[in-house]
Ligand binder design. Structure first.
Ligand code: NA7
Length: 283
């Protein structure tokens, strides 16, 4: 079984590395050349074109930015679906709208390409450690083919039903992430305005029932007011926008969508999502 990996961004590189480390034969391709060096060093073969990658691979993984990137890769004029993909399996791990997942799945079916939407929860750290949480939509038989590979990328994979189910679950878990980060930010600002210091409040949260690995993991960043992106705020803003566009409106979903959009407008998009605290007035 030969794997073709498309998308060598912050997530794609560590994920493809884990497949190589597990012994898979991996071919890689990225829209912008020059990003494959760390994978080639681990034994991957870089192809010059998408068409070569497809010809050489049985299972194709895509891990790219957003709906437009996925549409370009699959349905663009030189995209996957214009190539001989009959009976191959594609696994899209990008976070995109459920509507786009279903649209691509339908087009893939017409081209004879089997398709799973399989986005992940977890950023670069869990990607490196192979501890992502993977949510999958598509045919169960295709999930079973992909499962041994998904097990090398994540600590848990959930099969959820037809195409679009994976991306739907991903938008739901990231809604909770967005709400949690805004909730912690507001809690720290509230405490501070009543005279309780941030370090003490973080310790209290950590020991309490609402303490989570997420909040503990952000503590150093918050205390230093330094937010290198583990998960860029721009990606969180995108996911919350997609959640709102998915048509289910809840009070907090509307509120966090607006807050992250304003933080994006303030120019914080490249920082970690925890920089929301800075946007809301905290240092
Ligand atoms: P990055 O680090 O921003 O990487 C994005 C990747 O997507 C990168 O390989 C890009 O190629 C590729 N990309 C973006 N637009 C296109 C188009 N139009 N065509 C082909 N390839 C494209 O993102 P992450 O790795 O952090 O995140 C990936 C996903 O996981 C995303 O959905 C997150 O929300 C979660 P480039 O190098 O720019 O040519």
């Amino acid at each position: 079984m030969i794997i073709g990996w498309i998308g060598l961004g912050n997530m794609g590189i560590p994920m493809a590395s884990n497949l190589l480390a597990a012994g898979y034969d991996v071919r890689v391709w990225n829209r912008t050349p020059g990003k494959a060096a760390p994978l080639v060093a681990l034994g991957a073969k870089e192809t010059a074109t998408l068409s070569e990658l497809v010809a050489q691979s049985d299972v194709l993984f895509t891990m790219v930015s957003d709906d437009d990137a996925v549409k370009a890769i699959y349905s663009g004029s030189d995209g996957l679906l214009s190539l001989p993909v009959q009976d191959k399996l594609a696994v899209d791990m990008s976070t995109i709208s459920p509507d786009t997942s279903r649209f691509i799945a339908e087009q893939a079916k017409q081209a004879g390409l089997r398709f799973l939407d399989a986005p992940v929860s977890g950023s670069v750290g869990p990607a490196k450690e192979g501890k992502l949480v993977i949510m999958v939509g598509g045919e169960l038989a295709d999930y079973e083919i992909a499962k041994p590979m998904l097990d090398k990328l994540g600590k848990a994979a959930f099969y959820l039903g037809p195409n679009g189910a994976g991306t739907s679950a991903k938008l739901a878990i990231n809604l909770l992430l967005g709400i949690t980060v805004q909730g912690v930010s507001e809690t720290l600002l509230f405490a501070r305005s009543l005279g309780i210091g941030t370090e003490q409040m973080l310790d209290i949260i950590s020991e309490s029932a609402v303490g989570t690995p997420l909040i503990r993991g952000k503590a150093a960043s918050i205390l230093a007011d330094d937010y290198p992106a583990a998960f860029a705020l721009k990606h969180m803003a995108k996911d919350l926008r997609l959640a709102n566009e998915a048509g289910v409106s809840t009070p907090l979903a509307e509120s966090v969508n607006a807050t992250y959009r304003h933080a994006l407008e303030e120019g914080l998009g490249e920082l970690d999502l925890m920089a929301l605290l800075r946007h809301l007035g905290g240092k």
